[in-house]
Design a protein around this ligand. Structure first.
Ligand code: G3P
Ligand code: MG
Length: 241
């Protein structure tokens, strides 16, 4: 089972920052998960929240704030870390060691994605990273768009535990998932994992920091574990083996 650092090693560094991705590599993660969205001036930035109250104590909406201004937001201090800034997706992709897998989550809760799927696909192609990238989304429309512009890129459907974007049946549709399904770990049962695997898909469970739960998911046949603490989970899995 491969360990992907959720928003980078976000228990030990500010989430979705260059520091968190560096820390993930240092902890020996197999890859990273990150959240991508389009900002007000059109660049793809790495950020989880639509608005910056939690991350930077600022009343800014990422979608309408230009990049020059977003760079001034400190997304480290409010989370208890040293000051840090929101990075561009391109910066993150260029900074990652070549052995790391990258799970890019397309964050978009609307019908119009502001070109997110197209822009991410172009970056992954331009940087020649298709072999180590998996692109996921809760929003099937993002994955349909990705299929239309870059059918060769691996798509993974994030199963929303609240089912806001439809039912689990979507997960095994080749229109949305070509590579993997990404369920909340509580939604993983041996039967479901077996069904997804029988459909030719890998399973990426999120977000698990508990060693016993991680072992259980590994036994079920989960391929990727998305965790805030890749170093500690790796150590615990090794000790239990
Ligand atoms: O991709 C797994 C996980 O990141 C999905 O939830 O809200 O942390 O982006 P969230
Ligand atoms: Mg995410």
């Amino acid at each position: 089972m491969l360990l992907l650092a959720h928003r980078g090693a976000s228990a030990d560094a500010p989430e979705n920052t260059l520091e968190a991705f560096t820390e993930a590599a240092r902890q020996g993660a197999d890859g990273v998960e990150l959240d991508a969205m389009v900002c007000g001036s059109g660049e793809v930035v790495v950020c989880h929240d639509e608005r910056l109250e939690r991350l930077a104590r600022l009343p800014w909406e990422v979608r309408t704030t230009p990049w020059w201004k977003l760079q001034k937001a400190d997304v480290g201090s409010p989370l208890g870390f040293a000051p840090a800034r929101i990075p561009l997706l391109e910066e993150v992709l260029l900074s990652l060691p070549p052995q790391l897998i990258v799970n890019i989550e397309l964050k978009c809760e609307r019908f119009d994605d502001d070109g997110l799927a197209r822009k991410v696909a172009r970056l992954v192609r331009d940087l020649d990273m298709a072999e180590r990238v998996v692109i996921s989304s809760f929003n099937p429309l993002c994955l349909f768009r990705l299929l239309a512009v870059a059918p060769e890129l691996r798509r993974g459907y994030l199963i929303d535990p609240d089912r806001r974007w439809g039912v689990q049946a979507y997960a095994v549709s080749p229109l949305v998932s070509s590579h993997s399904v990404h369920p909340y770990y509580v939604d993983c049962t041996p039967e479901r994992v077996a069904t997804w695997r029988a459909a030719g898909l890998r399973v990426a469970a999120w977000t698990v920091d508990d060693a016993a739960r991680a072992s259980e998911l590994e036994r079920m046949g989960v391929s990727y574990l998305i965790t805030n603490r890749p170093g500690a989970v790796r150590e615990a899995l090794r000790a239990a083996a």
